[in-house]
Design a binder for this molecule. Structure first.
Ligand code: CA
Length: 224
């Protein structure tokens, strides 16, 4: 296992590195976010421990840059304060977990092990299918440069489609992902909302991103 530790406090970084090496892990240290970005771009780390407070670009920005560069190693963020805003910003920025300083080394190890068990898979912060873009954290949707305003339900439905472009999704699958148990108990609720969605994301732009697959459900075209 090879871990990248991004921390500018020399003592702290040395402590973490020694601890990880004692556990048989390989460990590199970066002092700046900018260095972390190029290091993680050239080496496939099993996990990245990323401090929020860094000289130059901070941990949030570093995490965003990593994800923008297509680096999907799990990121464990270290926050100095137990602030809800920091944690939310970190997780929305593409971090997988966080730990508040001061932390116990045993907990750091346990969280790292849990993160490494997940393979690095692509988990983009911003969903993109063709010209459509969707930001789950700000709940914004665009086609090209045009921002589109959607209701909560339409947004949930579109997000479901955009997480599975090219896949045929049955009405049941769409219900399961975009509606909770309180859903309006109408058998055609999915069809109704697909129609609303088409009116907003397709018709004004003369596009046809959501195909009806007879007898099966719907499919979002990969090139919407
Ligand atoms: Ca620091």
């Amino acid at each position: 296992m090879r871990i990248l530790v991004v921390e500018d406090e020399v003592k702290m970084a040395a402590l973490v590195r020694r601890g990880l090496r004692e556990e048989g892990m390989a460990c590199d240290v970066a002092v700046r976010g900018e260095d972390a970005v190029w290091m993680a771009g050239s080496t496939e780390y099993d996990a990245i421990v990323l401090d929020v407070m860094l000289p130059g670009i901070d941990g949030f920005e570093t995490c965003r840059k990593l994800r923008d560069d297509g680096v999907w190693s799990p990121v464990l963020m270290l926050t100095a304060r137990d602030s809800v805003e920091d944690r939310v910003a970190g997780l929305d920025g593409g971090a997988d977990d966080y730990l508040t300083k001061p932390f116990s080394f045993a907990e750091l190890l346990a969280r790292l092990r849990a993160l490494v068990r997940r393979r690095p898979v692509e988990r983009p912060v911003l969903l993109e299918v063709g010209e459509l873009r969707l930001d789950p954290s700000t709940r914004q949707v665009w086609r090209g440069e045009d921002e589109i305003s959607l209701s909560a339900k339409e947004f949930a439905l579109l997000e479901t489609f955009m997480r599975r472009p090219g896949e045929v999704l049955s009405r049941f699958q769409l219900l399961e992902h975009a509606w909770d148990y309180e859903y309006e108990n109408r058998s055609n609720v999915v069809d109704v909302y697909v129609r609303y969605l088409r009116e907003k994301i397709d018709r004004p732009f003369d596009r046809d991103s959501i195909e009806t697959i007879r007898g099966a459900g719907y499919r979002m075209r990969k090139q919407s």
